[in-house]
Design a protein around this ligand. Structure first.
Ligand code: NAD
Ligand code: G3P
Length: 330
């Protein structure tokens, strides 16, 4: 296959490296200086500095060049750039099957990625889908074993994509539950910030396990109300990804939590990180959706109070712990 990977952050670069073994890849970034630096040094110094980019990888900042004659486009810009990138593709009049790997909710609309795609890209949703699951870019670039879920409403399309993208090191499972897969990917980032805070404060393994489990409950309740399936929330794109980022120090969202616990300001943390932390942007939208659907989201609420109301990390966790006692399942 010839594939356009749109977005040359850590994730786009790792997937481009991995897929290069079997496919012809065009890697696109909107930043011309970044494209020419990667092209000449064969390394993505800003976002994935430990891994060289295969010689066969074509790097460009021209979207029409990236999309020229490709069989598939894979969008891996952060959610903040998804609508804008889709509009640029639409303006080019090039139409290709589209899959996306961003995890988040659009600020303002609280849309999941597929809702933005539906508004901005005029292929029928059946030729689109989302790739998600527990996958640190660093480990995929190293060729370590990883399992992902690809969800599309078109079973034939998801079978084809999973066969094409599947390898012994990158297993791809299919699903029809786009909403569940996207909800899991978006909300786990918020819960992960909470797990990072708890660990940073030194609350221990018990507290972290409690946060992961109660966080999964928030993901599941909201996801079911949006139309997602229970099986998805207990699968790779749900609890799988939540466990990975809540416990693995490679997670940027976990790092945000750890640094908040250390007393750093959000401004300084985001500067130091140098990468997107989607949970920071998604938290308010998740809360907004929860209110709209009348679903209690106490962990998300606590994270919003830290990020946007100046409540200290320790205080917010104490408020969480001191909530009134209730039944585990209701
Ligand atoms: N890094 C991972 O391990 C990983 C794994 C799975 C999914 N994801 C998801 O993939 C998405 C991208 O993450 P990443 O890790 O590559 O981020 P990153 O911070 O490493 O890189 C972000 C990239 O997007 C570009 N960008 C920023 N704003 C843009 C815009 N408005 N338009 C076009 N490009 C823009 C930046 O220049 C940069 O190249 C996120 O939604 C993330 O949740 C990341
Ligand atoms: O580094 P994070 O926290 O953005 O997590 C990356 C991926 O979502 C892991 O699946």
């Amino acid at each position: 296959m010839k594939i356009a990977v749109l977005g040359a952050g850590a994730w786009g670069s790792a997937l481009a490296i991995s897929f290069s073994a079997r496919h012809q890849i065009n890697l696109w970034t909107k930043d011309p200086d970044h494209a020419s630096d990667m092209d000449s040094r064969r390394i993505n110094q800003s976002f994935l500095p430990e891994h060289s980019l295969p010689e066969a990888l074509n790097i460009t900042s021209q979207l029409t060049e990236a999309l020229d004659n490709v069989d598939l486009a894979l969008l891996v810009v952060p959610i903040v750039g998804l609508r804008e990138t889709l509009r640029t593709i639409a303006a080019s009049n090039i139409r290709v099957p589209l899959i996306w790997g961003c995890k988040g909710l659009e600020t303002g609309t609280a849309y999941l990625p597929h809702q933005i795609v539906a508004e901005e890209y005029d292929v029928t949703l059946s030729r689109c889908g989302v790739l998600s699951g527990p996958s640190f870019a660093e480990e995929v670039a190293r060729g370590l074993p990883t399992a992902l879920t690809f969800a599309s409403t078109d079973h034939e399309f998801s079978s084809r994509i999973s066969v094409e993208l599947h390898s012994s090191r990158l297993r791809i499972y299919t699903s029809e539950d786009i909403i569940g897969v996207e909800t899991g990917g978006a909300i786990k980032n918020v819960i992960t910030i909470a797990a990072g805070i708890s660990d940073g404060i030194g609350f221990g393994h018990n507290a972290r396990a409690a946060l992961i489990t109660r966080g999964l409950m928030e993901i599941t309740r909201l996801g079911l109300s949006l139309g997602g399936k229970m099986e998805t929330f207990i699968g790779l794109a749900g609890v799988g990804d939540l466990i990975l980022t809540s416990t693995g120090d490679l997670s940027r969202n976990r790092q945000v939590g750890l640094m908040l616990a250390a007393g750093k300001t959000l401004h300084d943390i985001l500067n130091e990180l140098g990468h997107v932390a989607e949970g920071v942007h998604a938290a308010l939208s998740v809360l907004q959706l929860g209110k709209r659907l009348n679903i209690e989201m106490p962990i998300t609420q606590a994270i919003c109070s830290i990020l946007h109301e100046g409540v200290s990390a320790r205080r917010a966790v104490e408020v969480l712990l001191n909530r009134e006692q209730k039944s585990e399942i209701y």
